[in-house]
Design a protein around this ligand. Structure first.
Ligand code: ZN
Length: 182
């Protein structure tokens, strides 16, 4: 199968200790489905992870299309998901978020990071692996709507059924609601 653009790199976990040795970090070109997210199209995008001593800097963007179920009419519809995120994860014990000054976070003479102390809420065990696939999943998952609506043309709840015996075709999830009707 011919592919355009740079070759995709599988999103495989990488030990943080290995990432530490890569001066420019590691970059992934993403073009694959995710184990944890069922999507209509492969997830496409890119991710860069740079180990900066006691923080892990992550910068990525990706997009895909997922199939959701409308909360009102219960029909399935396709919904695009995308994110563009820059995040810094603390490596080591859970950081005390208030009171972190950037100069205490960075080691050595590195480029200046504009650290938002509020962003430093998560921490990773420095001897563990960084799992890029899970990180991408989390970012996409955060973009899922709280309420699923198929669109302006939503026909609304089907309380009538369509056949001669309405109870035979009505969605069981609406059966309880139908009983409330006069
Ligand atoms: Zn709908």
């Amino acid at each position: 199968m011919a592919s355009e653009g740079p070759a995709a790199d599988p999103l495989l976990p990488i030990p943080l200790q290995e990432l530490k040795l890569l001066e420019n970090g590691k970059e992934w070109q993403i073009h694959q489905p995710l184990n944890e997210l069922s999507s209509l199209t492969p997830v496409r995008g890119s991710l860069r992870a740079v180990h900066r001593g006691n923080v892990l800097e992550l910068e990525g963007e990706a997009r895909t299309i997922v199939t959701l179920c409308c909360d009102r009419c219960l029909q399935q519809f396709n919904h695009p998901l995308s994110f563009e995120t820059r995040e810094v994860l603390w490596l080591g014990e859970q950081a005390r978020v208030d009171g972190i000054a950037p100069e205490t976070v960075l080691e050595g003479d590195l480029e200046v990071l504009e650290l938002d102390a509020d962003a430093l809420t998560e921490s990773l065990d420095p001897s563990a692996d960084f799992d890029p696939e899970h990180w991408v999943f989390e970012q996409l998952n955060l973009q899922l709507p709280v309420v699923n609506r198929c669109g302006e043309g939503c026909p609304g709840p089907n309380l009538q059924g369509t056949g001669s015996d309405p109870d035979a075709v009505i969605d069981p999830r609406w059966a309880a609601l139908k009983k409330l009707q006069p």
